[in-house]
Design a protein around this ligand. Structure first.
Ligand code: ADP
Length: 366
């Protein structure tokens, strides 16, 4: 007798999402089950299109369904699994107030203890990388002191447009982006006092027409200033990514940034080690700054480690040329390293969603 739909669902109850530690049925990930004789078709909805564990989930499903068939004396000719994705939202309210960006499912802040560690580079590549997996992604350049997105995304000649009192974001490299860099004169030094920084950031974040997004990546200014505080008070932040280079001095500053986010009630989604090592043109790897330093820091602070990005001249050249897509295409060690960080982040966001973490500030502006 062919397997019944119920028997297949029973089998899927024994398959856990490896990171969310709950079974696919409980997680409401089983979207359709069809049996035609000895052929089974399934649709499984993942919590992110950038899921790093898709192959493992496929393997576990096949194993469980084949085992179920064997237990009733059946042999299946095939199991086809169609993976879709629906990114869930971690929370929709902030500190008891209405969410000003209800169309944005997850807000991810990218911070660093100090400048020059590659925070903006990582933010751009996280955004572009998530979009390449099929997610809807926005990028907000909140680095009001040194906006670098116009250069990194090649927006310099782009014109700012507004509609219904909302600024239109720029579309580039599969993402939508907004930066204060296009609203000010490029050569003019930006000197912001706290309240001005607060106001400018708030305006950019809430008066941009973001539309429906799975992920909004926010590149924060380095250090522990006013903007992260504004962010945590104003928007329901899913969590923060900390970018750090391997050296001891960089780690000390990164620790301070971690503590600041924790104080603000913003969970840390993970640490990225940038400029981790250098790969020469012959493929040899050189440890310049003490590879692994940021990973050890993450372990010591009990934080997820999202991966390492090597020092790669092409990364700098592509950033200067405003072409982050070239970091992923053609494939190679740089694309592999970036995709790993992107997928690990997506997994951490999914886990934060399941924990239903609510980021609420514990400090207030006076
Ligand atoms: P931050 O935002 O932390 O100030 P940026 O992202 O602006 O730092 O990076 C500083 C400079 O270092 C930029 O020129 C960038 O292209 C370069 N850079 C960043 N990460 C790497 C890397 N892994 N390999 C090569 N160059 C990098």
């Amino acid at each position: 007798m062919p397997l019944t739909k119920e028997q297949i669902i029973d089998a899927l109850r024994t398959v856990n999402d490896p990171e969310l530690h709950k079974d696919l049925v409980t997680l409401n990930m089983v979207k359709s089950v069809a049996v035609d004789g000895s052929a089974v078709d399934l649709t499984i909805e993942l919590t992110t299109p950038a899921c790093p564990l898709k192959d493992q989930i496929r393997h576990d499903i096949e194993k469980a369904v084949h085992a179920k068939a064997a237990s009733v004396g059946e042999r299946l000719s095939r199991i086809d699994i169609d993976f879709t994705a629906d990114v869930r939202s971690a929370q929709d309210r902030v500190a008891g107030k209405e969410n000003p960006l209800p169309g944005v499912r997850n807000i991810i802040a990218v911070g660093a203890g100090k400048g020059g560690v590659g925070k903006s580079t990582v933010a751009v590549n996280l955004a572009v990388g998530l979009a390449r997996f099929g997610a809807r992604v926005g990028l907000l350049d909140g680095d009001i002191y040194g906006p670098s997105m116009p250069t990194m995304l090649g927006l310099n000649a782009a014109e700012v447009k507004a509609r219904n009192n909302l600024i239109q974001p720029f579309a580039a490299h599969g993402i939508v982006a907004m930066t204060i860099g296009v609203l000010v004169e490029p050569e003019k030094p930006l000197i912001w006092r706290g309240p001005m920084a607060h106001g400018a950031f708030k305006q950019l974040a809430t008066q941009t027409e973001w539309g429906e997004l799975d992920y909004l990546i926010i590149d924060l200014p380095p250090g522990t200033g006013d903007v992260p505080l504004t962010l945590a008070q104003m928007l329901p932040v899913t969590g923060a990514v900390i970018v750090c280079t391997p050296q001891r001095v960089a780690q000390d500053d990164a620790r301070r940034a971690v503590r600041m986010f924790q104080q603000l009630g913003v969970p840390i989604l993970g640490v990225v080690e940038n400029m981790s090592y250098f790969i020469c043109e012959h493929g040899s790897e050189y440890d310049i700054f003490g590879r692994g330093g940021a990973e050890v820091m993450a372990q010591e602070m009990n934080l997820p480690f999202l991966g390492s990005v090597p020092i790669t001249p092409a990364l700098r050249l592509n950033s200067d040329a405003g072409n982050p897509t070239a970091n992923f295409d053609p494939p190679g060690p740089l694309a592999d390293a970036l995709n790993k960080v992107v997928q690990n982040l997506a997994a951490q966001v999914s886990m934060a969603t399941m924990r239903n973490v609510v980021a609420q500030p514990t400090m207030s502006i006076t």
